[in-house]
Design a protein around this ligand. Structure first.
Ligand SMILES: Nc1ncnc2c1ncn2[C@@H]1O[C@H](COP(=O)(O)OP(=O)(O)O)[C@@H](O)[C@H]1O
Ligand SMILES: [Mg+2]
Length: 332
């Protein structure tokens, strides 16, 4: 087990990322890959970019760190056009994590993490200290530093990829289906850890996924692209689930969007102090459980209300009608 890292103050504050009427056309393609994309990712937020395969997600991402050039419009980070910044320093300020991880196989984990610090001429001591700190942050034992990528599982390699992207504490992170190749259990684990880590590090993140559930879990806001790189809707998960802009978005977020909304709120949020009196009967759920868990508990027990507890305290009871009201209500 490794120690929980102390929260750190970032060297550089997070910055807004703004796409301003961006168009990208690949040579020989009839339709643009990105078509008039305008989108603001607020400083410190995670924007999940979702859409169909070929919808332009990877292209949008690569425009930001200038692996690809756009044809018109502009992209700014912290108010500065990325075209006005030297490309090397631009990329140094952007952590990039991809599904294929891309670790150098002949280099140890420590050497892989130290690639950019080395380029920046950090001292050996500073690099070693930072490597230990990063391994702690991504919950990998420090002993992994001396191993080679092939000696690690896929999930462990992905953690190293994350550590490497965080090495010089960039204010911006681009993550392209970072957990897409992992098995469901490892994936859930690493998602939870990234969420936890994100509460400690303050960064502006663009996170690409084709999985709406992952987007709902990871994103402060979700941008839905449609084929041809056109923005279909941009909003919070609850906003998209409650008010999809059109049939395409409704279809994309899923016919079970009402149930998905239940995952976004906790029992604590809807249990009213002056609600149903507790008669001590039936099942109970933790206050921090989602409404979805509450509903499931209620169904499993065959009752029409459930007791909500916080440790030893009973906060009250929530009825089926209240749960129903929480999904059908239009609180966004
Ligand atoms: N290097 C390229 N040359 C030509 N077309 C490309 C290139 N890269 C991607 N495309 C096309 O651009 C569109 C968007 O691709 P991409 O950004 O990879 O989508 P996504 O990541 O959403 O699957 C697709 O139609 C794809 O075929
Ligand atoms: Mg892609």
């Amino acid at each position: 087990m490794t120690a929980t890292p102390e929260p750190r103050t970032p060297d550089r504050p997070p910055a807004d990322i703004v796409f301003d009427h961006v168009v990208k056309r690949y040579p020989g393609q009839e339709t643009p890959a990105i078509d008039d994309l305008s989108l603001t990712v607020r400083a410190g937020e995670t924007c999940c970019l979702v859409g169909p395969s070929g919808g332009g997600k990877t292209t949008a991402m690569k425009l930001v760190n200038r692996l690809i050039d756009f044809d018109s419009g502009d992209i700014t980070i912290g108010g500065r056009s990325i075209r006005s910044v030297d490309v090397t320093s631009l990329r140094r300020d952007i952590g990039y994590v991809i599904q294929q991880v891309g670790l150098f196989p002949h280099m140890t984990i420590a050497a892989n993490i130290a690639v950019i610090p080395n380029l920046l001429g950090w001292s050996g001591d500073r690099i070693r200290a930072r490597t230990d700190e990063l391994l702690d942050l991504v919950r990998l034992d420090r002993a992994f530093a001396k191993r080679y990528p092939a000696q690690l599982s896929g999930g462990q390699q992905q953690r190293v990829g994350l550590a490497r992207a965080l090495a010089v504490d960039p204010p911006v992170m681009l993550m392209d289906e970072p957990f897409g190749a992992l098995d469901p259990i490892t994936r859930t684990e690493i998602q939870d850890e990234f969420l936890n880590l994100e509460s400690e590090i303050d960064k502006t993140v663009i996170f690409v996924t084709h999985d709406i559930d992952e987007a709902i879990k990871m994103g402060d806001r979700i941008a839905v692209l449609r084929q041809g790189g056109v923005l279909a809707q941009y909003g919070t998960a609850d906003g998209l689930l409650a008010h999809p802009a059109d049939d395409y978005v409704a279809d994309f977020v899923g016919a079970d969007r009402g149930l998905k909304r239940l995952s976004l709120r906790t029992m604590r949020e809807i249990v009213a102090p002056d609600g149903l009196p507790d008669d001590g009967s039936g099942p109970s759920v933790d206050a921090d459980a989602s409404l979805r868990i509450g509903l499931s508990t209620l169904f499993a027990a065959g009752t029409d209300s459930v007791r909500v507890t916080d440790g030893d305290r009973v906060l009250g009871r929530v009825s089926l009608a209240q749960l129903q009201g929480a999904v059908s209500g239009s609180t966004v």
